[in-house]
Design a protein around this ligand. Structure first.
Ligand SMILES: NC(=O)c1ccc[n+]([C@@H]2O[C@H](COP(=O)([O-])OP(=O)(O)OC[C@H]3O[C@@H](n4cnc5c(N)ncnc54)[C@H](O)[C@@H]3O)[C@@H](O)[C@H]2O)c1
Length: 353
């Protein structure tokens, strides 16, 4: 038996249909003795009734603010702006440890209320590897959108879909011209997803990872028709593309999808654009003659909410079943305290020991 009470909250962003816990995993948690309250949410890909059938309690959207103090509130993306003081422990992607806009304000809300952020990005194993991530589906979608754009079949605005529907339009059709594709960061989660989407589209992509970019051959890069960047940059490296490469008369590259979207960061390996694209306008031309189209969307997995939620939840479940003070969750908590110290935020009384 455990006295863990998890509170799955409604996401405030109306386009966010994903969830960190799917109903089948909710059932596993309930069966292991976890109390799981699930908020009603009009856009979540799984209806609240499926959670109820799995033994969860039902609560109105946003009611986590008055959840019992020991409840651990879980979601994916940003919290609403109110309340100003956060008293609970919250599991979600806070994007608050790299001095992002709003980061300090969010951490101050936690310290003011005595709560804590257990950031999913920092839920790592002993060797620092992420335990639950959406990368695979980001890569899959990035490559799929690049293929559709290259074949003139990308329809905007983009809307959430299923893998089945996506795979159907990815199949090569009569009259489609053959083309070459390159995936950089090919051995990672996103890179593997990207390569699989290319295969579904009938293309075996060239796969580059650290070994192939150490001594970067930009000519070879520019000789591909389509490129997907899926690296996770941790230290600065020479850019994969510079402005002058886009004007290289030998460039075959026509479609570029940046899954990494480190735009504005000193670690950016594609400093050839300054704004992301989005579901409404997924493609921006970087050059007209010969053309070069950019796709740089920062919420790709939300386009396949069922598949990406199911995989994420499966990876998170073992960690939730072992929710304890040490181990990965202990590291998450340490990281939160460290981030507060780095920002010079005086920590008040932390309520949860
Ligand atoms: N656009 C989106 O919606 C979205 C969603 C999820 C993740 N992402 C981003 O995608 C990126 C990749 O995430 P992931 O989960 O696949 O990471 P990962 O750690 O699983 O894989 C990254 C890969 O990049 C490789 N790599 C790192 N530096 C490289 C270099 N200089 N040259 C070649 N290869 C290099 C690594 O060796 C590794 O194989 C991250 O930046 C992540 O934030 C974007």
């Amino acid at each position: 038996m455990t006295d863990l009470h998890l509170w799955l909250r409604h996401e405030v962003r109306s386009t966010e249909r994903r969830t960190p816990i799917v109903p089948s995993d909710a059932r596993r948690l309930v069966e292991s003795g976890v109390t799981l309250t699930v908020e009603e949410s009009p856009q979540r890909i799984f209806p609240v009734e499926e959670y109820e059938a799995a033994g969860c309690r039902r609560a109105p959207a946003g009611s986590w603010v008055s959840a019992p103090e020991q409840a651990v509130v879980i979601g994916l993306k940003e919290l609403p702006d109110q309340p100003g003081e956060l008293t609970h422990r919250h599991i979600f992607f806070g994007h608050a440890y790299k001095r992002q806009p709003g980061a300090e304000a969010l951490l101050r809300r936690f310290t003011a209320g005595g709560g804590a952020l257990l950031d999913l990005e920092y839920l790592v194993d002993d060797s620092g590897r992420r335990l639950a991530a959406f990368g695979f589906w980001a890569g899959y979608l990035g490559a799929a959108l690049a293929v559709l754009q290259h074949r003139g079949r990308l329809v905007a605005p983009l809307t959430p879909t299923s893998k089945e529907e996506l795979d159907e339009i990815l199949q090569p059709a009569a009259g489609d011209e053959e083309f070459t594709a390159l995936v950089i960061g090919a051995l990672g989660r996103s890179g593997r997803g990207a390569r699989l989407a290319f295969l579904t589209a009938g293309i075996e992509a060239t796969a580059w990872d650290l070994a192939e970019t150490r001594d970067l051959d930009r000519r070879a890069l520019l000789a591909h028709d389509v490129m997907v960047n899926a690296v996770l940059a941790t230290s600065p490296v020479p850019p994969f593309l510079r402005e002058q490469d886009l004007d290289d008369p030998a460039r075959r590259l026509r479609t570029l999808c940046d899954v990494t979207v480190d735009v504005g960061s000193p670690l950016n390996v594609l400093p050839v654009y300054d704004r992301t694209t989005d579901w409404t306008e997924p493609v921006r031309p970087l050059r007209k003659e010969p053309p070069l189209d950019l796709i740089a969307i920062d919420n790709l997995p939300s386009l396949l909410p069922r598949e990406s939620s199911t995989d994420f939840s499966a990876a998170l479940l073992p960690q939730l079943l072992r929710f304890e003070t040490g181990g990965p969750w202990g590291r998450c908590l340490d990281r939160f305290h460290q981030a507060c110290r780095e920002l010079g935020i005086a920590e008040g009384e932390f309520r949860h020991v």
